[in-house]
Design a protein around this ligand. Structure first.
Ligand SMILES: Cc1ncc(COP(=O)(O)O)c(C=O)c1O
Length: 405
């Protein structure tokens, strides 16, 4: 019962309805792109008015200026914004900007940055891929030893923060290693930016980057992404345009979305109400004694199952109970996931877990092995989550993941 298997007819607030008339509570929200909830009236009105005015596809300077100003208000340390249609394109634009201005060919990376040949896996862990990218998989020692050898050839580090499976110390350490080696950092905030705070999620750790990328949540499901930064790097990034870079529909959606997110302090509401769900769900799992636990925060979290058969049954039972989940990945509630919806989601989860205890009684009381957590984190962040893991076991795990593609 993959989330793609549902045929959705309509969506409203935190709910979706399938073509067969089934109502589900949506914890996927278009992979985290819909922050305000479905069919947000302010966004719908702005978009419809613009389309009726015949402006779809147009470049409307007013809108570009307004959205630029709204982004810069969230990242006052920067003075320029470059727009893109996808997170993948925006991150690539940032890479281009730093490569062009530094003249250096290599890039270090941690995390997922989109499906693009640039990010192709290397043949072995901790080696360069054929496009000059070194993925450290969030392993600080490996980043350190790569930069000791190659900092002079490295244009920038593209680091995707993670607040679901990664200890905060690890992220802080990765940033400081790059700083110590004089390597500029781009925070890929596509997933966590705007969701964990009004700006980049790294601000929550007191971290700053040389540029940030935003995308999910910027336009409540309409296609828009951006790089914010400064100076000649951003001049280069802004050259990466395509036919519809400035089309007005997504910019109008973004203008309405960013205004409303600030007005209703959406991220605080999402964190609070999601947090209620997280603690209720953790209680349900603890009471059941099934090996399932929650990782993350109220605004974005993941279910970690200690057994693969249990994992499959878990998603099936949740689907049958009326919860739309992003299978094996992170769940991203919207601002409309609140009050009675949270209660209803917890009731649905309790029903699913009840069913599982009946179906899989031999798993009651079982532990969650570290490898199950590693695998869940890998699915969620394309990296290695456990700084205390034995280096040999870590390498074996990563080799296995890379071989599996
Ligand atoms: C951290 C991060 N960067 C980049 C991307 C790619 O963004 P898009 O799918 O919009 O191209 C994603 C997508 O999930 C992401 O999570």
């Amino acid at each position: 019962v993959s989330s793609y298997a549902w045929r959705i007819k309509e969506a409203d607030g935190a709910w979706v309805t399938t073509t067969e008339g089934v109502s589900l509570i949506d914890l996927t929200n278009s992979k985290g792109s819909v922050l305000l909830g479905h069919r947000d009236p302010d966004v719908v009105d702005r978009v419809c008015a613009l389309v009726r005015a015949g402006l779809s596809g147009w470049r409307v300077e007013d809108l570009i200026e307004k959205v630029t100003a709204r982004i810069l208000a969230r990242v006052p340390e920067y003075d320029q914004v470059a727009f893109f249609k996808t997170g993948t394109a925006a991150v690539k634009g940032a890479v281009h900007g730093f490569r062009r201005t530094t003249g250096k060919p290599l890039v270090v990376s941690a995390g997922y940055h989109g499906w693009d040949p640039l990010w192709q896996s290397p043949t072995a862990p901790f080696t360069l891929n054929e496009h000059g990218v070194f993925d450290c998989y969030y392993v600080a020692d490996e980043l350190e030893s790569f930069l000791q050898r190659q900092a002079g050839q490295t244009a920038c580090a593209i680091l995707a923060p993670d607040f679901v499976n990664l200890p905060a110390d690890t992220l802080i350490r990765l940033f400081s290693i790059c700083r110590d080696h004089g390597v500029p950092v781009v925070a890929d905030e596509v997933k966590f930016g705007l969701r964990l705070g009004p700006g980049p999620s790294i601000y929550n750790l007191g971290l700053h980057a040389d540029a940030v990328v935003f995308s999910k949540g910027m336009a409540n499901g309409f296609p828009l992404a951006c790089v914010a930064g400064r100076g000649e790097v951003l001049d280069e990034v802004r050259h990466c345009i395509s036919t519809l870079t400035f089309e007005a529909v997504a910019l109008a959606a973004s203008d309405a979305t960013l205004e409303k997110l600030a007005r209703v302090t959406a991220e605080a509401g999402i964190a609070r109400e999601g947090g209620r769900f997280l603690s209720g769900a953790s209680g349900i799992f603890a009471a059941s004694r099934l090996p399932i636990r929650m990782q993350g925060t109220g605004a974005i979290f993941q279910f970690v199952c200690g057994d693969s058969a249990l994992e499959e049954s878990f998603y099936q039972a949740c689907a049958a109970a009326g919860l739309l989940l992003y299978e094996k990945d992170n769940q991203t509630p919207s601002w409309q996931f609140k009050e009675a919806v949270v209660e209803s989601a917890l009731e649905r989860l309790a029903k699913a877990v009840d069913q599982l205890t009946g179906e899989l009684p031999h798993l009651v009381g079982a532990a969650i092995p570290a490898e199950a957590w590693w695998a869940a984190a890998w699915n969620q962040m394309d990296g290695f989550c456990d700084p205390d893991a034995d280096p040999q076991a870590r390498r074996a795990f990563l080799t296995e993941q890379l071989a599996a593609g």
